[in-house]
Write a protein that binds this ligand. Structure first.
Ligand code: NAP
Length: 308
């Protein structure tokens, strides 16, 4: 076996600790050698306080950015300029155009840029895509409702410009939608509810259409307590297809076809190593474009102040 690709990870927050570190430990083609964190250190790897120190002090070949989307462009651009391959958490940046700029920089430098959509790696997503490839789709309903206090305690960046608010989870639904639909999707209406003391929405209702006119409705809500909902229901001419649990389970006409454990980030890192080995990049901005369009078209409604 060839040597694993050396990797540095930037931003040791919730997702880095819960998913990236254990998944990297299970990926033999990549070797975590360094981290850059403003606050934390990690045993067994070289620790830097920011990405610039890491780029100067370490020769890691690849960088994985687990920081908030605001500021990701500067970090990614610095890594690309230093000749390193880059993997971006979702959403890939704070704007569509800055990620397009990164893609151009990566191409010019001859390095890999991988803009990840972890929910597309959920166990049932590819099966749903296969089933829909040969179906006539009548309607799609998305319901993505979760408790922001549980999932994002104390995170200020999600409420600030570029943080996306409820689209931070909602973009996961859109990443699945744009993967499983056999034709392109565009946005026609959006209603965004913004707390009077915040700059990003806590709730959203979207109307989208497929190229052939199939209606696609989505509700994203961060105020759901109790059971959490991450569902996509699809009516077809030959019955219903339902993805639940963020794409982990699949039912066809009420019968469960897939219910599998979470391998999302292991698959992402395996793919990152493959992209590097084959000299490719992967940057699909379709989910991000729908979010940007929602902000462009939004009918804004002010709602109650939100407090953690
Ligand atoms: P988080 O817990 O706030 O962690 C982000 C980390 O980035 C911080 O701990 C900090 O690490 C670093 N950072 C650098 N500049 C920062 C700044 N200006 N403000 C705040 N943190 C800064 O966020 P997260 O939940 O891990 O989310 C990070 C990214 O992963 C987001 O794009 C998010 O959408 C995505 N994601 C999150 C989840 C989830 O369930 N939380 C799931 C999937 C994807 P240091 O202190 O080490 O510098």
């Amino acid at each position: 076996m060839t040597h694993p690709i050396s990797l540095g990870l930037v931003g040791l927050g919730t997702i880095a600790r819960n998913q990236h570190l254990p998944s990297l430990a299970d990926t033999p083609t990549l070797q975590l050698e360094a981290i850059a964190s403003r606050n934390a250190t990690l045993d067994g790897v070289t620790c830097y306080s920011d990405i610039h120190q890491m780029l100067e002090g370490s020769d890691v070949a690849a960088i994985s950015l687990c920081t908030p989307p605001q500021g990701r462009f500067e970090q990614a651009a610095a890594a690309i300029a230093a000749g390193r391959h880059v993997m971006l958490e979702k959403p890939p940046g704070a704007s569509v155009s800055e990620v397009q700029a990164l893609a151009r920089l990566a191409e010019a430098q001859g390095v890999t840029l991988f803009s990840t959509w972890h929910s597309r790696e959920a166990a049932a997503v590819e099966k749903a895509r296969d089933l829909l490839a040969s179906a006539t789709i009548k309607a799609v309903r998305i319901s993505w409702r979760e408790d922001v206090r549980h999932w994002h305690p104390g995170q200020e960046w999600i409420w600030q410009p570029g943080g996306l608010g409820v689209f931070d989870p909602g973009i996961n639904a859109l990443s699945i939608l744009t993967r499983i639909m056999p034709e392109p999707v565009h946005l026609s209406h959006a209603m965004l509810e913004v707390p009077e003391n915040k700059q990003a929405p806590i709730g959203a209702e979207l109307r989208m259409l497929s190229a052939s006119g199939t209606p696609i409705d989505a509700v994203f809500d961060w105020r759901q307590t109790g059971p959490q909902t991450w569902d996509i229901e699809i009516d077809t001419d030959s019955g219903s297809i339902v993805l639940r649990d963020g794409g982990a389970t699949l039912h066809k006409d009420g019968t469960c076809l897939i219910a599998a454990k979470d391998e999302e980030y292991r698959r992402l890192y395996k793919r990152f190593a493959e992209l590097i080995a084959t000299g490719q990049s992967e940057v699909d901005l379709a989910p991000m474009q729908l979010v940007a369009d929602a902000f462009l078209l939004a009918d804004y409604r002010q709602t109650d102040a939100f407090h953690d």
